[in-house]
Design a protein. Sequence first.
Length: 250
Amino acid sequence: MPDQEASRTRGAGAVAGVLLATVVLLGLATWAASIGTDDVVGDGPGAGATLTRPTDANTASGPRYEPRGDTPPPRDGHAGWATFLARTLIGVAVVLVAVYVVRRALDVARWLRGRGRRLPDEDPEPDGPSALLAQATSAAEAILSDGEDQRELLETGTPRNAIVACWHRFEVQAADAGVPRRRSETSSEFTLRLLDLVDADLDAVAVLARLYREARFSDHDLGEPARDEARTALDALHRGLSSRWVRSRR
C-alpha cells in the first residue's frame, strides 16, 4: 500500500542518513588518530632540542641547536581519545549496518514467501461462476428483504444523517448475505462492490453514492430535496433488483 511504501522509504532514508553521518565522523576521528597531536597543533620550532652557545671561537657565530638526551616522548593523550572515539564509531556503524541488513533480509524473505500467493489483505473470491451467482443471489435477496427498514432509516432524522444511515445499511445487508469485506476496502468501496455484484441500477447507485459523499463529507446543510432524491434513487434500485432477480429465479 502507498502508506506502507512511504513509511519504508522514510525508514530507509533515515538509516542511510545515520550511516552517512557515522562514516563522516569515523573518517575524521581516524584521521585525527593517525596523524597524532603534534602533527595537528605542533610544538614550535626546535621542539625536543636545547639551545646552546658555541664554545669554539672558530665556530661560526650564532646559536645552534643540539638534541637533548632526556627529551620526553611526544604526548599521546589526544591520540588516545581519538582512537577510542574511532573504535566506538566503528562499533556503532557495524551495529547500524547489521540492523539494516537484517531488516532488508526479512523484507526479501516476506516477499519471497508471498510470491505466487494471494495478498494478505485480499479475501478469497467465490470459486467458479456458480458460487459467484449464489453469492449475488443471496446479496440481492438480503437487500430486497431489508428494503422497508432501509426506507425507514431514510425517513428518520435530518436528511444528512438519514442518507448516511441508508448507505451504511448496505453493509448490514452484505453481512446478512455472507459477502465479506476486504481489509483493503473502504466502506464506500465495499458498498459499491456489493451493488455491482447484484447488478444494481447504475444511475440509482450513482445518485446514492453522490448524496452519501455530500452528506458525509460536506459542511453545507442538506435539505429535504436531498432526502427526496435519495428516496427516488433507492426505490429505483429496489425495483430493478426485484424485477431482475425475481425473474432470474423463475
